[in-house]
Design a protein around this ligand. Sequence first.
Ligand code: NAP
Length: 252
Amino acid sequence: MPAASPLPFGRLDGRRALVTGGANGIGAAIVRGFAAAGATVVIADLDAMGAAALAREAGASAVRLDVSDTGQVHEAVATHGPFDILVNNAGIDQHAFFSDTTEQDWAKLIAVNLVSVLACTHAVLPAMQAAGFGRIINIASEAARLGSKGGAVYAAAKGGVISFTKSIARENARYGITANAITPGPIRTPMLEQAVAEGGDKLLRAMTDTTLLRRLGEPEEVAAAALFLASDQAAYITGETLGVSGGMGLGG
Ligand code: NAP
């Protein structure tokens, strides 16, 4: 059943949101957007100084957290929760052909990009189930759908995020909890700037050429999709994967 009296379109008043990796890039845009929509936002990030500065600016609060450490995640959620909304956004990339990577590289990429999503979801679910309401939004990547030359393990981890999202949607529909994934294309963030610094203008052109719109996306364009999926108006959307990628993968 839909909420008895849904919040107005674009509003998150009274909702408590946890945004991982919220100090920079896409996560920071989500923090700003959710806070402006009236949510109480907790930023969980490795970058403690960046998180604290953004928390002051946006009227949020900040906690230093390594999302790949399941113990730390459960402690942070016990201290700062319960949450109505979880955005699993923290992630890392690494540019190397798979044959040049090591088992340590795989472990780190899978821990930060996939295990963190399991850990944070596991920590927030009991309170969401008890409340009969929840929104879980997982930031995956178009790399999961298309593959990535130089990012095979990253793409595999993000593919895992998409299938995990669907399972969580199936298991938790009965509790009024939705779970959806967003797959960004190339978005102008510190993560992408670092990749461009390593790969040069050729990589930047190659990335924009994969989009129909022939440009990078902005973090706010991903945040707008997250705000919609977190809203009461998205109550009938679950288990979906929403591309915010300028039409990546459609040719052109
Ligand atoms: P970003 O600019 O690098 O920001 C990521 C934030 O996550 C940083 O504040 C980072 O802290 C934090 N973080 C990294 N590892 C963490 C950990 N173990 N625990 C807690 N926080 C951690 O990245 P972004 O580009 O905004 O990416 C956000 C999400 O979108 C990621 O999941 C990424 O895979 C996905 N995505 C991005 C793009 C893109 O083009 N930008 C495309 C597709 C998908 P530090 O700065 O201290 O490392």
